[in-house]
Design a protein around this ligand. Structure first.
Ligand SMILES: Cc1cc2ncn([C@H]3O[C@H](COP(=O)(O)O)[C@@H](O)[C@H]3O)c2cc1C
Ligand SMILES: O=C(O)c1cccnc1
Length: 343
């Protein structure tokens, strides 16, 4: 576990990036061989077949299984929320954390529907991060400490990690971070978030432009971009994705905000997200652009724009089904079903 309070903390994370495990080739070969024997036309399960292979490749097992899936929601507050960038007040972050605990949020019902565990990680909600238009969101030790905290999401023997967030104002920091990582202006990366009108979106773009101007020349390092333009829940997601890779736990990333956090790792090493699926395409307009830049194809497209891990948790149902299909179906020989006709 990286120690954040000593030395140059980001270097601990950079070192981990140099020792990431790759996919398990033997598991992939075994899964492909078995898939060819299952009672269905070859290739007929499309991306479900790819999901079984992906799960086994990253779990490092020929029999992929999802027995302990966990939805981790990281919650943080943002100084920039005071700049009128959200349709809702910052107090909603804490109130929604209480709603998650009481079982009243959308994510709670999806977790019931798909039998997923849920943990909410509340990240110093009473201390918002710096307003990114006037100062960095976090200092380096604070950012690294939050990344390390995010790594805790991989504890307890989980075998699938589903990542979501809660934080009023965080589609603004996601837009700023995406611009910092991939270039462009505020207008290229902002959208309505919780429901801004056109005027609100234009104001949000101007706020992102202010943040980009303040940090000009300091964003070449993706971890610097994260601490300057991101926020605690985004930093924790970065840590969680990296820790999951080290522990061979496949990850499903949620919508625009979680994807912007994941993009930090992509910019450090494009292969760092190979153990991740992107659960859905958010209706937040820049999500499609961000995914395309990283060559990622989301699993679902339901017009959702909620966050909380909801899109990723819905996709977890597909991943669970993919594992059961692969391991539980009969082979042609077992079921006495004729294989393909000889041509
Ligand atoms: C009641 C409520 C529940 C939510 N659950 C997730 N979000 C989502 O909306 C926020 C980001 O949008 P913006 O940048 O426009 O503030 C995040 O908290 C996100 O998870 C919610 C927002 C609200 C209002
Ligand atoms: O796609 C998301 O992550 C999202 C969209 C709107 C509001 N909150 C989150």
């Amino acid at each position: 576990m990286p120690r954040s309070a000593t030395g140059l903390p980001f270097d601990d994370f950079r070192a981990l990036l140099g020792s990431m495990p790759g996919p398990d080739a033997a598991a992939v070969a075994a899964i492909r061989a078995r898939d060819a024997e299952l009672t269905k036309p070859a290739g007929s399960l499309g991306r479900m077949e790819e999901l079984a292979e992906w799960l086994g490749a990253w779990q490092g097992r020929a029999q992929p299984a999802v027995l302990r899936p966990l939805v981790a929601i990281f919650a943080g507050n943002h100084g920039v929320a005071a700049r009128g960038v959200s349709a809702y007040p910052a107090s909603v972050t804490q109130q929604m954390v209480e709603n998650f605990a009481a079982g009243g949020a959308a994510i709670n019902q999806i977790c019931i529907a798909h039998d997923l565990g849920l943990k909410v990680f509340d990240l110093a909600l009473d201390v918002p991060t710096g307003d990114i238009t006037i100062e960095p969101a976090l200092d380096e030790p604070g950012c690294a400490a939050t990344m390390a905290f995010g790594m805790e999401a991989t504890a307890d023997g989980i075998d699938l990690l589903i990542l979501g967030e809660m934080g009023i104002g965080n589609t603004t920091v996601a837009a700023a971070l995406a611009a910092g990582l991939f270039g462009g202006k505020g207008a290229d990366w902002v959208g309505p978030g919780t429901g801004l009108d056109a005027e609100g979106v234009a104001h949000k773009a101007a706020i992102v432009d202010q943040a980009l101007a303040l940090n000009e020349g300091s964003l070449a390092d993706p971890l610097e971009a994260l601490r300057r333009l991101g926020g605690r829940e985004l930093a924790a997601i970065v840590g969680a994705i990296l820790a999951a890779r080290m522990s061979r736990i496949p990850v499903i990333v949620d919508g625009y905000v979680a994807t912007a956090a994941a993009a930090v790792l992509y910019r450090l090493d494009p292969s760092a997200l190979d153990h991740c699926q992107f659960g859905h395409l958010s209706a937040e307009p820049a999500h499609a652009k961000l995914l395309k830049l990283m060559g990622k194809r989301p699993l679902l497209d339901l017009g959702m724009r909620l966050g909380e891990g909801t899109g990723a948790a819905l996709a977890a149902g597909l991943v669970k089904a993919a594992a059961l299909i692969h391991t539980g179906m009969a082979t042609f020989a077992q079921a006495h079903v004729a294989g393909p006709a000889a041509t």
